[in-house]
Design a protein around this ligand. Structure first.
Ligand SMILES: [Zn+2]
Length: 280
């Protein structure tokens, strides 16, 4: 049984996020450590860092992931965007380290008018540079699988494995699995053996030991539609059954499983209640 939770807002300060998660019923939370729509941001104060760490313990939040800001694209062919992305990403790594957050989840990016091969090469080099700048950090950089629309990297396990292998540093590069993205990318989690087959496949291509957490989202769009549209659990095309299997899967007992469903806190509460009911 994974550790259940949701993406929690840091609107009133990062130190308030654990209590907010607790109030929603979370065992695990995902947060942004900075405004996801801005390149610039203020450094974290010592009060915020101390407050966050104290609150995590007091609120009994057992696992934390952070999601990198939306603007970052390390695969971009635009030098300027790549440079800004690296600066922001390094800041995200430092924030995780300061806050004691073990997992930084990021999207592998998009190569736009360039080619897949070049996009992967740029992403790999950027990550290698970032890792070299912080050789002693313990935060794991976690590639999130994507719906694979257009020039978006990360839409299949083979490509994610290729990126991981090319970066090197296997201890520092892990994977976060998003159910709605996988489904939209063509991985059918619904059939009776569907979930088992998808994770057997994942294991053979990437290795299950590198999977550190999940985003639990149903999908507004159909299998293989390659669009990124999250839906509340049981209200989309994936349905309840795969989520029941996932939350009870013995292989993922300590894994954070956080919702990124639409509808704000009210729906996080409803979805979480449902997930807890699915536990056996
Ligand atoms: Zn996600």
């Amino acid at each position: 049984m994974g550790l259940l939770g949701c993406h929690v807002s840091i609107a009133d300060g990062i130190q308030k996020a654990p209590q907010r998660g607790r109030d929603l019923g979370c065992e695990a939370i995902q947060i942004f450590t900075r405004n996801p729509n801005q390149w610039k941001c203020k450094p974290l104060s010592n009060d915020a860092i101390d407050g966050f760490q104290t609150a995590i313990k007091e609120c009994e939040i057992h696992a934390v992931m952070t999601h990198s800001i939306y603007l970052i694209n390390l695969a971009s062919g635009d030098r300027n965007i790549r440079k800004r992305s690296e600066v922001a990403f390094l800041d995200e790594m430092d924030r995780c380290e300061a806050l004691g957050i073990p997992y930084l989840v990021f999207h592998p990016g998009s190569y736009r008018e360039s080619t897949e091969k070049k996009g992967i090469r740029r992403l790999v080099r950027s990550i290698q540079r970032l890792l070299q700048k912080r050789p002693n950090q313990s935060v794991k950089l976690c590639i999130e699988n994507t719906a694979g629309a257009g020039s978006l990297l990360g839409g299949n396990f083979e490509q994610i494995a290729e990126i991981r292998e090319k970066i090197g540093s296997p201890d520092r590069i892990k994977i976060c699995f998003d159910t709605s993205h996988a489904f939209a990318a063509g991985y059918d989690l619904r059939a009776p053996e569907g979930l088992q087959e998808v994770f057997d496949h994942f294991d053979s291509i990437i290795g299950l030991e590198h999977l550190i957490g999940f985003h639990l989202n149903d999908s507004k769009v159909e299998l293989g539609s390659r669009r990124d549209r999250h839906e509340n659990i049981g209200h989309g095309h994936i349905g309840i059954v795969p989520f029941k299997q996932l939350v009870n899967d013995q292989r993922f007992l300590e894994h954070p499983m956080t919702l990124e469903t639409p509808g704000g806190d009210e729906w996080f509460r409803r979805n979480l209640k449902l997930l807890f009911q699915l536990r056996e």
